[in-house]
Design a protein. Sequence first.
Length: 369
Amino acid sequence: MKKTIILLFLITLFLPLATQAQADFVPETFEARVLEIFDTRKIIQENGGESVQQNIKLIGLSGSWEEKEFDYIGIADIEVLSMSNTVFELGDKVLVRWDKDFEGSDQFYIQNFVRRGYLYLLGLIFSVAIIAVGRKKGIRSLISLVITFFVIIKFIIPQIIGGSSPLIIALIGSIFILATIIYVTEGFSKKTHIAIVSISLSLIITFVLSYVFVALTKLTGFASEEASFLVGTPGVNIIDFRGLLLAGILIGTLGVLDDVILGQVEAVNQIKLLKPDLSKRKMIKSANEIGRTHLSSMVNTLFLTYAGASLPLLILFSINPETSVTFASALDNEFIATEIVRTLSGSIGLILAFPLTTYLAVYFLKTKE
């Protein structure tokens, strides 16, 4: 009896301490390297697909588990879809999530591979290639790219997270990016002034079209899975998702417009230099012929970019007969409708940019430049 009372007393004494220690525990994500693969099991799914589960030994490379070895038990009756097709090899660097279960035992979950090193290498190859081929202009292009990246990361995204209008922020950011790209890469001249005016007018056309048809088709901005993840995310204020959709359309179109319009302005400039006595009407006709040769490829660039992003959903519609998806019902799907509005609005702005740029360059560009 006395032993029972003492045991109950000890449990009562130390249980709150253990509970408090578990409550104070903060999960941690750290890097680790694969040291050994204990076991591998392949699972054949009902649809014929194959998934892989593994038990492996790792060593921590950072955080609380640095230089410490631990085991990851990946073979289980429950299939983890996020890593089901991942095969780990000796030497792989991975991101590990350390947590504790309700009994206080350590639990490890492999979240992803550490890919940064190879991405840095690819970025270095890109930088060397653009400088080697473009020389001074390549260096200026690289500088403008870095500035563009920081405008998006340090201005546009924080402002949107803070609750500002995505559309207004995207317009301000796009204008700054536009001026940076053109003036840094091409210099300060009448040609660059005309290019900026042309791009700005084309962006306005794209904005009006996308705004009208986003409203008419009643797009909400929640079509993508990423957008739905933002709802209720800590640290993110209420976001206008329809405005976010329009902002994405503007920024995506800007990336194509600057190249197209600068090329068209330069085409008019070369025509004026080679044939200064040519009438304005014939100059416009000749420049538009040059523009038409680039038009189809640029429109296809926009279409293929957005179609590539939609490819998994398009495949799902095609191979799943149980959904009874017809062409008409596919068009009514918000994800598909969003990509169509995005593609066609951007393409129309791009199409109209050619004659608009040609007209401005013919009438306002001086051949002395």
